[in-house]
Design a protein around this ligand. Structure first.
Ligand code: NAD
Length: 503
């Protein structure tokens, strides 16, 4: 269950961990977690692979990533199957989103590997030529969450290795299967052993051993804000570079001239993608008052038609949440809101039978949930729930809509809905988020960056902007005069001709 220096190996830590199918409760795998010694071996393997990989030509790195993309395409069905089994997401989502998105990222970074940019060399003082080298950083320690195990691993691995780094990834302990499969595909495609390594286990043990390992030059983390800030603190004493992709609480702002049907459909898709366990999911819909009632009725209708059921059926829209614990957490938010007077328009229940008659009682299923009559300051509006729950609040004018949308500690994504171009552009300027959609919510492109502001973190995944995280800019300054004596030396020492030439 680990992948170190090109080989799968069992962890040698004391804890036994279990990978469950949260939709059925079936045990998929039991494995011993990595020990500190395993983390050490993985970091050492990555360090040993670094000199050769970092000096491989961009074309060689690109070829290997293209071959890996082709292998993943051949293995699509088995990857989708494993992703669905370990997460409880519907197979249609794994097949149409997770796996093709991952392959597209491989192809994008195969191309981008040949396009690392630096400034043109030039004379910024007359006596010297300056040039910029964009260099890889070394061994990257990456930590990924459970919501999109395959895509998150790809988002971490690809910009890092395309730029010439080597990497040790720790997936979430409950979803390691496809990350190991990804590392195997990299090796099979000819990426040398040691370039991509995977260690598996819990955060406080394996994760902390990885991020604090002296051989790790940079930490790239995707997960909750609480853990991200803890990691930042752990590595602060040695000034280690960190890249943090953290939580979100994305708002939709629907203005009174919006295409109502589009906004309703966009809200349901944006709120329910991956069971709402998506850091950019639409979680708060602010609706300008004239549209409020129709929006709520429309969303309630569409949510009620969503087919919850067997995650292996291509007909199922919504699968289970990641665990029974996560379902309890989501339900806790809903019940506390209800106790404070919120109106549960739809859902708030744990379905026992699927659309196709499947028994769901052993799975972590939660019905699509629509909530109104909540206070802007309440926890259900302010905190990340990570479940299929949308809260809807009214606003009166544009300024108020934007102000409420910006009023959380997060800033990962937001959307504005309007037919008025100027209004949409003004909203895109005012909304505090790393991504702003106009008349859509969720769409992604490998060419475009993903990352947050405020407590959603900093740095970018995907796109060539990710290279800013995984490379360092080195200035090389070359004297072009050949003279031993420089004018500026007289600022530092008296040059009265007495100085002797070196022997
Ligand atoms: P989490 O923070 O609990 O765990 C994320 C990863 O960190 C896991 O691999 C976990 O084992 C590890 N970890 C936990 N404690 C650790 C520690 N002390 N030291 C080192 N590693 C540790 O988050 P989660 O519950 O797995 O994922 C959900 C969270 O991830 C949500 O907050 C979501 O918004 C966020 N997320 C963000 C993005 C993004 O791009 N911004 C993408 C996906 C998920």
């Amino acid at each position: 269950m680990q992948f170190i220096n090109g080989k799968t190996a069992a962890g040698t830590g004391p804890e036994q961990l279990t990978v469950l199918n949260p939709a059925t409760g079936d045990v998929l795998e039991t494995y011993p977690e990595a020990s500190a010694g395993d983390v050490d071996a993985a970091v050492n393997a990555a360090a040993a692979a670094f000199p050769e990989w970092s000096r491989a030509t961009p074309a060689d790195r690109s070829d290997a990533l293209h071959r890996a993309a082709a292998l993943l395409r051949e293995r699509s069905a088995e990857l989708a199957d494993a992703e669905t089994r370990q997460t409880g997401k519907p197979i249609r989502l794994s097949t149409e989103f997770d796996v093709p998105g991952t392959i597209d990222n491989f192809e994008f970074f195969a191309g981008a590997a040949r396009n690392l940019e630096g400034k043109a060399a030039g004379e910024y003082v007359p006596t010297h030529t300056s040039q910029i080298r964009r260099e890889p950083i070394g061994v990257i320690g990456s930590i990924a969450p459970w919501n999109y195990p395959l895509q998150m691993a790809a988002w971490k691995i690809l910009p890092a290795i395309a730029a010439g780094n080597t990497i040790v990834v720790k997936p979430a302990e409950i979803t390691p299967l496809t990350t190991v499969a990804l590392a195997q595909a990299c090796l099979d495609a000819g990426i040398p052993e040691g370039v991509v390594n995977v260690v598996t286990g819990a955060g406080p043990s394996v994760g902390e051993a990885l991020v604090t390992h002296p051989g790790v030059s940079m930490v790239s983390f995707t997960g909750s804000t609480a853990v991200g800030t803890r990691i930042m603190g752990l590595v602060a004493p040695v000034a280690k570079r960190v890249h943090l992709e953290l939580g979100g609480k994305a708002p939709m702002v629907v203005f009174d001239d919006a295409d109502l049907e589009g906004a309703i459909r966009g809200a349901v898709a944006g709120a329910l993608i991956n069971g709402g366990q998506d850091c950019t999911a639409a979680t708060r819909a602010y609706i300008q008052r004239p549209l409020f009632d129709d929006f709520v009725h429309g969303v309630a209708d569409v949510m009620s038609s969503v087919r919850i059921g067997d995650t292996m059926s291509m007909g199922t829209d919504l699968g289970s949440l990641i665990s029974l614990r996560q379902r309890e957490r989501v339900d806790g938010f809903v019940r506390r809101a209800e106790a404070e007077g919120a109106k549960i328009e739809v859902g708030g229940t744990q379905p026992a039978v699927g659309w196709d008659g499947t028994d769901l009682s052993r799975g972590a299923y939660y019905a699509p949930t629509l909530i109104t009559n909540v206070d802007q300051r309440s926890e259900i509006v302010q905190h990340e729930i990570f479940g299929p729950v949308l809260v809807v609040l009214p606003f009166d004018d544009d300024t108020e809509g934007i102000r409420l949308a910006n009023d959380t500690s997060y800033g990962l994504a937001a959307s504005a809905w309007t037919r008025d171009l100027q209004r949409g552009l003004r909203a895109s300027r005012e909304l505090q988020a790393g991504t702003v959609w106009i008349n859509d919510h969720i769409s992604l492109a490998s060419e475009m960056p993903h990352g947050g502001v405020k407590q959603s973190g900093f740095g970018k995944d995907m796109s060539t902007y990710a290279f800013d995280e995984y490379t360092t800019v080195k200035h090389v300054m070359v004297d072009i005069t050949g003279a031993s004596r420089r004018d500026w030396h007289r600022t530092i020492f008296t040059d009265d001709g007495a100085a002797k030439a070196p022997r």
